[in-house]
Design a protein around this ligand. Sequence first.
Ligand SMILES: O=C(O)CCC(=O)C(=O)O
Ligand SMILES: [Fe+2]
Length: 206
Amino acid sequence: MTSANDNGRWQALLDDPPLWRFQGVLGDRGSQQLLARLDTELPWQRPSLRLYGRDHSIPRRQVWMGDPHTRYRYSGQEFQPIPWHPSVEGLRLHIEALLEEKGSPVRFNSVLLNRYADGNERMGWHSDDEPELGPDPLIAAVSLGVERPLRMRWRDRHAPAFNVWLPHDSLLVMGPGTQQRLQHALLPRRLPGLRISLTFRWITPL
Ligand SMILES: O=C(O)CCC(=O)C(=O)O
Ligand SMILES: [Fe+2]
């Protein structure tokens, strides 16, 4: 599915740390089909997380998927992955091929899927820097549905925060160093409509 042509669809948003965006991952038909399939076929959950001693339901829904040993811990909870949905496994292989062709070979063994019913649903400021992701993770995030901005800010505040717009059927690659130096958030916006993101990771069993 990849071709020499793909090089023209990569856009460098930052050089250091490397932040890249790719448009047209699956094409119109494939991306619409995947969005509908994920929306209807996955067991979306809204777990409670403990924050400053109180339980809060997350302001979105999520599914943790991956190889059986890829347990994932955050905010005092441990998530067991559900097995790969065939469409998501196909997307994983496609993205690994795109990255290999770009000269950044990488493998993923897990994915966090996030479902935002509308602009009120969101994800707060964080870095994906859990120990099981290793010291220098590369995270590949596919966006489907309504285009929303991922807000990014420098941890040391040496430069202003900025938006990375994530159109339907795009891929954002957060390369090595991104999690150490930047935080990101999907802030609430007055935008109607469904968005689903898939953030592919490599989890090292601890
Ligand atoms: O929905 C997004 O694009 C952001 C998701 C994210 O930051 C994450 O899954 O860690
Ligand atoms: Fe994240």
